[in-house]
Design a protein around this ligand. Structure first.
Ligand SMILES: N[C@@H](CCC(=O)N[C@@H](CS)C(=O)NCC(=O)O)C(=O)O
Length: 204
């Protein structure tokens, strides 16, 4: 029996989980879901209702994307992504907390219109940090990508979207890094549109 992954194609957390499983060479049954219509089986496995959720053949459940990455890579880490992991974990924590909050507000400005805060500027603080790291080496911590590169770039892909020119002009190194990460075969292999679980008529 294969593990089952509940996933949503564009979700940056689900993308990082799918990539780690792919890199580790772990096969799984993909259940591509709609966030607005979550399958009961998924909510039964993890009541918090976020993707990704990985259900293992022994029925244990991993419902945090970083835990899915670590679980997969601890079994097989052919790209040595876990090398020097503490630095990666610290940066990922920053990505998943302050940056992610600012990113959501930057992406959906109308929802936060009454705010006085410039969310583009708030989110940019973290991206400036990446820009600095990427001016010292090709990837965040080394000349090859590590855990942090794979865990963080799906979020920077979202940061680029509201104002591509702003991103390219202000963060040339990060922009170049993002291009490299999105051009990898691994990313392309985990991004195709697939049939939505329990919606045989729908692809997403
Ligand atoms: N901390 C969780 C966050 C996962 C998360 O928030 N995923 C979003 C989609 S990108 C989600 O499922 N949101 C629930 C919803 O929109 O209903 C993780 O790392 O796995």
């Amino acid at each position: 029996m294969l593990p089952i992954l509940y996933s949503f194609r564009r979700c940056p957390y689900a993308i990082r989980a799918r990539m780690a499983l792919k890199i580790a060479g772990i096969d799984y049954g993909l259940r591509n879901i709609l966030l607005r219509d979550k399958p009961a089986e998924m909510l039964q496995a993890s009541a918090k209702g976020t993707v990704p959720v990985l259900v293992l053949p022994n029925n244990s459940v991993i419902d945090e994307s970083l835990d899915v990455m670590l679980w997969a890579l601890k079994q097989h880490d052919p790209l040595s992504l876990l090398e020097d992991m503490d630095k990666s974990l610290e940066l990922i924590k920053e990505n998943d907390t302050g940056f992610k909050q600012a990113l959501d507000k930057y992406k959906y400005p109308n929802r936060y219109a009454e705010d006085e805060i410039d969310w583009q500027m708030e989110a940019s603080k973290f991206v400036y940090k990446l820009e600095k790291l990427l001016s010292e080496d090709t990837y965040l911590f080394a000349s090859e990508p590590k855990l942090a590169d794979f865990a963080i770039f799906p979020f920077i892909r979202q940061f680029k979207m509201p104002d591509e020119q702003y991103f390219i002009d202000n963060f040339p190194k990060t922009s170049n890094w993002l291009d490299k990460m999105t051009q990898t075969d691994i990313f392309k292999q985990v991004m195709p549109k697939t049939q939505v679980y329990n919606h045989s008529d729908l692809k997403a």
